[in-house]
Design a protein around this ligand. Structure first.
Ligand code: CO
Length: 211
């Protein structure tokens, strides 16, 4: 018995729609991919990367995890980053957070959730680093919004400090790191104006020479 028949029905319908527009759609797709963008976003089911950016299959390389974190020793994220930058030669890496992020909200609280608490500790570090900004904020919602934005900012920095990105810059490979945030209530993306395209824009301590 076929499980989840509604999903297979959707898939068949999607295939038919693509083929109606271009008979060779999947033949072309199967040959190669040339995405210009790497998207690092939250795993939240309400933030589907291709849908909200209006990008087609093959146009967006995607990595998603809880609360869109770029952690220095996360082999999964680092492998995606290396492949995207060095093999696919994407020109833009976009970190996209979202307001109302459950991961960020959990990090603001004190309840234990098990294994995931280890992952979310990285967000508590961001809170502590920026603690002064939270002193005057009384509303929980505003504190959450601010931490969601600061989290994106920290992940943009983490990417810029990464040797994969710095080596690309030293090769004069065009590469920009962007920080965006998505609003679940409006469907709109907001650019947090954190774009970095050059190692001169990052703190000196993190600048590295290539081997
Ligand atoms: Co989230």
């Amino acid at each position: 018995m076929k499980k989840l028949p509604e999903i297979f029905k959707n898939n068949r319908q999607w295939v038919d729609e693509k083929l109606a527009l271009d008979h060779d759609y999947f033949k072309k797709q199967a040959k190669e991919q040339h995405p210009a963008y790497l998207w690092i976003g939250c795993a939240d089911s309400r933030v589907p990367a291709n849908e909200i950016t209006g990008l087609e299959t093959g146009e967006l390389f995607v990595h998603r995890n809880i609360a869109n974190l770029v952690i220095h020793n996360d082999m999964s994220c680092l492998s995606v980053l290396q492949f995207a930058v060095e093999v696919l030669k994407v020109e833009h890496v976009i970190v996209c957070g979202h307001y109302g992020c459950g991961g960020v909200k959990a990090a603001l609280g004190h309840q234990q959730f098990g294994l995931i608490d280890h992952w979310l500790r990285h967000i508590k570090d961001i809170y502590l680093k920026n603690a002064k900004q939270f002193v005057s904020i009384k509303e929980e919602r505003k504190a959450l919004d601010l931490l969601c934005e600061l989290n994106v900012s920290q992940q943009v920095s983490n990417l810029c400090h990464n040797p994969i990105v710095q080596n690309a810059w030293q090769r004069n490979q065009p590469l920009s790191i962007h920080g965006w945030i998505y609003n679940l209530e409006t469907g709109l993306l907001n650019d947090l104006n954190l774009c970095v395209s050059d190692p001169q824009e990052i703190a000196e301590i993190f600048r590295m020479n290539s081997e």
